[in-house]
Design a protein around this ligand. Structure first.
Ligand code: ADP
Length: 259
């Protein structure tokens, strides 16, 4: 598949004039217009405080915009019932095994562990942790904990996965490995991924499109299409195309930071 295909995909959601003012009076977002297409891998990149997490939480339905809205291109126009969310902190239950942590979303839906076991093992297998089902979070590295968090988000097979700086706390080697694994999962599962990062390099490596955001007030400055085929890998990271596209995103960010 090539990113050239991306514009042909049908829309999944359209943000129109989205604004958010918190109760404290902080204007976190203003006039955000953007379209996310089905099967897209879109990154939101921008400086700390530009409203990336706020926008992600609005898309998730965790908070409401104060102006504007989201139109979902679902048959009933409603937000899909099942949206996966992965945070920077793996947020695992320390007293529960890996299997029980991944079981949580299904348990909340009333599916007993024994019945869910094939699904749980499949999710763990997909993130490379099938041998760690009985382990506890304290026995795992930071990267493995994040894989558990990813498996927990995948276990209900959500069509949309929202990720808020999921790998930011990991060392660079682990982060690159997880980036590669995430891209492989995305290619095989065909979900829509919306990925928040403040790393230009990570955004270009992963995405079909990068939405560049600026601060004060938070808004989308530019949408940069990343024209690179898959699978991506070390050769892509070293290519002129990659460096050039990182420079394009960087320039858009700098332009947005100008007074
Ligand atoms: P980013 O994810 O880009 O770092 P955020 O969306 O977290 O940005 O924050 C955008 C702005 O909104 C910041 O100025 C932040 O301090 C403010 N903000 C975020 N969450 C809240 C909240 N719950 N209450 C008040 N202000 C908030």
């Amino acid at each position: 598949m090539n990113s050239i295909d991306a514009p042909k995909r049908p829309p999944l959601l359209t943000l129109s004039g989205v604004a958010k003012t918190y109760g404290s009076g902080t204007l976190a977002l203003r006039d955000v217009d953007a379209e996310i297409r089905q099967g897209d891998f879109v990154s939101l990149v921008g400086p700390s405080g530009c409203g990336k997490s706020t926008l992600l939480r609005i898309i998730a339905g965790l908070i409401a915009p104060t102006a504007g809205g989201i139109r979902w291109a679902t048959p009933d126009g409603a937000r899909p019932a099942d949206i996966g969310f992965v945070f920077q902190d793996a947020t695992l239950m320390p007293w529960a095994s890996v299997l029980d942590n991944v079981h949580l979303p299904l348990k909340l839906r009333g599916v007993a562990r024994d019945k869910a076991r094939p699904q749980l093992m499949d999710a763990l297998d997909r993130v490379g942790l099938a041998d760690f089902a009985g382990a506890f979070p304290r026995e795992l590295s930071g990267g493995m904990k994040m894989r558990v968090s990813l498996a927990r988000a995948l276990v209900t097979a959500p069509p949309v996965l929202l990720m808020d700086e999921p790998f930011a706390a990991l060392d660079e080697f682990t982060r690159e490995k997880l980036d590669d694994d995430l891209l492989e999962l995305w290619r095989s599962q065909r979900w829509t991924v919306i990925f928040v990062t403040h790393s230009i390099y990570e955004s270009v490596y992963l995405s079909e499109r990068v939405l560049v955001m600026g601060a004060r007030p938070g808004r989308v400055l530019d949408a940069v299409a990343i024209d690179a085929s898959h699978p991506r890998g070390p050769a892509f990271r070293r290519s002129h195309g990659y460096v050039d596209q990182c420079a394009t995103v960087s320039a858009a960010l700098r332009e947005g930071a100008l007074p």
